[in-house]
Design a protein around this ligand. Sequence first.
Ligand SMILES: [Zn+2]
Length: 285
Amino acid sequence: MRQENDSRPLPTPDSQELRELVTDVETRAVYRVLYDSRENPLEMAAIRERVKALSGKSNLQMDRRLRSLRTHFDVPAQRIPGKANSFAYPLLGWNPDADQRTARKSIPASTRALVHHTYGNRCAACGRTPKDDQVKLVIDHMVPLDLGGTNDAENLQLLCVEDNHAKQALFADYQEHSAALRESLGLPEVHMRIGELLKAMPGEEVPKELIVLVAREENHGDPTKRMRELRSLGWVIENSQRKKGRRVLSFYQLKHWEPWPPEGPQAAVAALERARRRAKRLRER
Ligand SMILES: [Zn+2]
């Protein structure tokens, strides 16, 4: 006997609710196909074909996308009677076991108001405002819900629609690294969070935004100082910049890393800093 489903209606494929729950565009395309075929659930090959047609992409990694949808929704594999090894995938409802932490709860009006106030009605990325620049602002989860982010005010910021889309596109590009992102986010020290993410993406140019995300720092924005500190521990990290439209994108690439010092990177960096200051004082005597 299946457990009773959460009785909330399913989000429609175009809803903001779904966009906030599932940040990756292709995964949302899979959802759309499942949603549209609720009456006549499809086999995986048919789902893949439709998603391919919707997204224009061929390498779809359907298993992973289905797995990611299943964290929120109930999508069992149902044996098709009379056909050996054939399964259909009906979208039955919300996943009754869904982690409550990531379950979409609407952001209370008071929290929305607080976020608008905190950000001075300004896009956190480009600084434009609805009044002066006619941009529309949306509330963005700094750490996306599907990476364990919350609806708490500390995890919310204002972005213009353009920057919000750019962020979603960026996360979609790095969807395959979401496990590494989640793991890095859980580490106790900022250098470890950044360093372990770089190690999980060897040889890749890691965009600054992902570094900022895992750094989880108050003054979110500039990881330059942390990179310098990692270099002081013997790490070799290259930085590169590329223009894309009106944006300048910044990337970090790990070339060499050192094991974490036993006392932890934070303590090691502080000790190096003290030694440096002492040496400077001696020189100046
Ligand atoms: Zn903006």
